[in-house]
Design a protein around this ligand. Sequence first.
Ligand code: NAP
Length: 458
Amino acid sequence: MLRVAVVGSGPSGVYTAQALVTQTLVPDVRVHVLDRLPCPYGLVRYGVAPDHEKIKSLQQSLRAVLEHERVTFVGNVPVGGDGVPPGRLGALYHAVVYCVGAAADRPLGIPGEELPGSHSATEFVSWYSAHPDAEAGRFALRARSAVVIGVGNVAVDVARILARGAEELRPTDVPQPALGVLAGSRVREVHMAGRRGPSQARFTTKELRELGGLPGARIVVDPAELALDPAYAGSPPDGPALPAVVRRNLDVLRTWAACPPGPDIDRARTVALRFFLRPVELLERRGRVAGVRFARTVPDGRGGVRDTGAYEDIGAELVLRAVGYRGMPLPGLPFDAVRATVPHLAGRVLRDGVPSPGEYVAGWIKRGPTGVIGSNRSCAKETVASLIEDAPLLAGRPAAADPLGVLRSWGLRPVEWDGWLSIERAERTLGRSLGRGPVKIPDWPGLLGAARGDTPAP
Ligand code: NAP
């Protein structure tokens, strides 16, 4: 028997567990999927936007893995930092696979970034996703104008949530306090700005198109900014050199640019998609953010941009920085500070360039924060192939007969699958009491109480 711990129950952790129990070379692999939260599914629960029900429904297939007879979910067990050091965890299992994601935000590194009113998109996402570490009162949405910096899918998510009416979010699992704030939101203009051109935007077409479908929002695209882009102006739009996603994105943007919406009293909000604007400073008024100063850029002919010397200020009392995630070092594990990933060889953790017995990585902490959820499946398979190849060596390492008993003896209070099912029941009860579907419990005491079987207060 091979005992393996997987640290992290997001998609990469669960796909790793799945690959471990479905491979046939080593038949008896037992997997504990550890998470510092009492809830499984990582970014599928705490990152995928609440109005993306189809992606959220992936939880059903992740659930089937966590209910596999040789897989055990073990929540409320932090690893690294104030939690269990990797060295101690490694002594309980034949192998540990770290699937801890990329939890930090990439900094912008410009003046004013820390002003009140300036937040990372992750803070906003955590707030509307009911992450128990998010401050419930963090966002009041009294701003009339918001700037979202970055043109990736996270930028599109936060722009869409800002532009969507609260009534449309009511059927989702958005926590009740956030729904109340969204209902009273004064945000009328959302400006999403990319430092490069539309053909270098990182969003995908489905997500982009969705903005145009928002019933309460008008989309504004400046044709002059599209025309600057060589992919728009120079190469034929259907030319073979253009990746399909770029071609599709340009088609959508062109359509919006060609049909500027008239003033429409039914459409309370405007989403402006802006390009060739490099943020250089967050502007301040009375100690709070008042806008963003952008340097105007033009293509440099090599896929990048150069400044033109001109600037544009966009007024905003709310700034969300959606410029990508970044992996965080896990004390006790090696870390490549430049790539913000754990150094590895096909998933085997490298210490001083040499594979470290029994230590593996998968997901964003292995390859960086890129790709869609499904990308984690092949990433996990590669890591598991390495682990299974090492199995004869790993089986010779000591492992605890009852790792959960040892964790408890160290003072930890693991939440197992029954505890999670109890949280799910409590969220359904909470939703019913509010006349809604399941509603997420947004705080630690509420989640841990629910795991013990308490009924949450509405
Ligand atoms: P991302 O795709 O890497 O996009 C980051 C954006 O920030 C880019 O537009 C980038 O521009 C810009 N940026 C980076 N540094 C900047 C700076 N210093 N100043 C100005 N702009 C800067 O990251 P993400 O949006 O956080 O998404 C992370 C991953 O999650 C992606 O793989 C994404 O597809 C995935 N995701 C998917 C969905 C979905 O499928 N619905 C939803 C959310 C997230 P440059 O290109 O010029 O660097």
